[in-house]
Design a protein around this ligand. Structure first.
Ligand code: KG4
Ligand code: ZN
Length: 337
């Protein structure tokens, strides 16, 4: 069995996965959304302190599996430095104490493996990764060769939902709040700009759209002066612009890529409105769409454990004294290392 730990942002999570059958034997996640909500975003130092309390609590529950553990897997990059450190310290201690190998896990690869929890892997695959830290289209030839085809030049999709929700005084995380409000809104009321609409660039950009939402909030007299209807209409108009942007750029890639399987992963892949738009696009290009179960879209240790199984089989271990955090929040285009 592999014990896996996730602490790259504001979710403390531990899982135990059986190597041979890929069965998820134990999984628990404690989210810190309520604690960060009043700040409208994640406060790293607070997140780190909350991990220091939650992770040992969860680990107690996983203790009955300790005798059967063959490896510990932990997210080591990218993420918030101070929160990654909490999981890494626990993983290093466990690996040393139990005398078992330590597996370093790249967070974005773990998101891709959320598709394969209790399943076999699938490749080649085209991936749209939309999370709080990243917005990328990745070509997975095989799991040693993943190439980033398009990436955001500024904010990520998740971040733009969070920031726009904050501007409207909705709370955190903004994604689910905006998606819910948008259901009641008129998406054609505000003509927000679709980013890079007339640009040949195959890239993403969300900061201009975020700024347009900021100006609209100001024109409406600020979040406190906005009615529920204003907020619902602005949420729907914003979500529509994000959709049009993602689909326009994805279409350019779909037109060139012969890979038949396409997947959306990451926290924002839980968004049903975006999922529906991609289902239509997949139909148009005769691709099959895959998504992870909703509970595994946002950060969790089950996906870290599933990646850990493949890494265990390839003996991709690291000396506990050599593992270090790599807290780069955004990865530039190129290879997914
Ligand atoms: O993957 P994730 O849990 O953490 C990172 O790796 O960043 O993604 C969290 C992000 C947050 O920005 C959150 O607002 C966004 O995913 N998110 C959504 C939805 N649910 C979560 N964005 C849009 N629509 C949603 N339903
Ligand atoms: Zn994530």
């Amino acid at each position: 069995m592999i014990l896996s730990i996730e602490s790259s942002c504001d979710d403390s999570s531990i899982a135990v996965t059986q190597i041979k059958t890929k069965q998820l034997l134990y999984h628990k996640k404690i989210s810190q959304e309520a604690e960060h909500s009043c700040y409208g975003g994640v406060v790293p130092e607070l997140a780190s302190r909350l991990h220091a309390v939650a992770l040992p609590q969860i680990l107690q529950e996983a203790k009955p599996y300790f005798d059967n553990l063959q490896a510990v897997a932990v997210t080591h990059q990218p993420g918030l430095g101070v929160t990654l450190l909490e999981g890494i310290t626990m993983a290093k201690t466990l690996a040393t104490f139990l005398k078992i190998p330590l597996i370093p896990v790249h967070h974005l690869k773990a998101h891709i493996y959320s598709l394969f929890i209790e399943k076999e892997t699938l490749a080649p695959l085209l991936i749209l990764l939309i999370s709080g830290g990243h917005t990328q289209i990745i070509r997975v030839k095989n799991f040693d060769h993943m190439e980033i085809l398009a990436t955001s030049m500024d904010d990520s999709v998740g971040e733009s939902f969070d920031k726009c929700a904050k501007m409207m005084g909705l709370g955190y995380p903004g994604g689910p709040l905006i998606e819910q409000l948008a259901l009641k809104g008129d998406e054609s009321r505000f003509a927000l700009p679709v980013p890079l609409r007339n640009s040949p660039l195959v890239a993403f950009s969300l900061s201009g759209l975020k700024n347009a939402v900021r100006l609209t909030v100001e024109e409406l007299g600020g979040s406190e002066a906005m009615s529920e209807k204003d907020k619902a209409d602005l949420s729907a108009s914003f979500q529509k612009a994000v959709k049009l942007h993602l689909i326009q750029k994805s279409k350019k890639i779909f037109a060139k890529e012969s890979i038949k399987d396409f997947a959306i992963v990451g926290g924002a892949s839980a968004n049903q409105y975006l999922r529906r738009a991609y289902l239509d696009l997949c139909r148009e290009f005769k691709k099959t769409m895959h998504v992870a179960p909703l509970e595994f879209c946002s950060d969790n240790a089950a996906m870290v454990g599933r990646y850990g199984i493949d890494a265990f089989e390839r003996k991709q271990f690291i000396d506990p004294d050599a593992i270090d955090i790599v807290s780069t929040k955004k990865q530039q285009s190129g290879m997914l290392l």
